[in-house]
Unconditional design. Structure first.
Length: 160
């Protein structure tokens, strides 16, 4: 028998815990898990956001949020509780999505730049090969010119 057996909604559970504290008895924690588990996502989100908002968008009753997270961290596994906390308190998921979007864009830009660099590298290698062939031909022609100059000299000096 749990002291939370008469409680049906997460909002009622939060009011009870605020008024009398959270019972750590196993059957009470299990019942609190049941209550949270049978609550809608909208109800949990509403409570995690602190309930009603004032004209500035701030929670009118931040004790609702604090009490909910006290219960959630006692009842849920850490990963799930932290995810809910981050979603409603730190704004972490929106920052994460924004960072992931930027990362995705930068990765696409990096891939495009990498492809362009590869293309330029291939063109450079082709031009290097062309240059080496031209230098080889130039050296061959210089050698041929030297041979012809030597032959001309021999012909010019042979007639004396």
């Amino acid at each position: 028998m749990s002291k939370y057996d008469n409680i049906e909604t997460a909002a009622d559970l939060i009011r009870e815990v605020r008024a009398h504290g959270l019972s750590t008895a196993t059957e009470d924690i299990v019942r609190a898990q049941d209550i949270l588990g049978h609550s809608t996502v909208g109800d949990i989100d509403f409570l995690a956001s602190g309930g009603e908002k004032d004209c500035y968008g701030n929670a009118k009753h931040d004790w609702i949020q604090r009490t909910l997270f006290h219960v959630v961290f006692a009842c849920w596994d850490l990963e799930r509780a932290v995810a809910l906390y981050n979603q409603h308190v730190t704004g972490y998921p929106s920052q994460l999505q924004e960072a992931q979007g930027k990362l995705r864009q930068e990765m696409e830009e990096h891939a495009a730049a990498k492809e362009m660099a590869r293309t330029y590298h291939e063109e450079l290698e082709a031009k290097k090969t062309t240059l080496l062939l031209a230098e080889y031909e130039r050296d061959e022609l210089r050698s041929e010119v030297q041979k012809l100059k030597a032959k001309l000299y021999d012909l010019m000096t042979a007639g004396d």
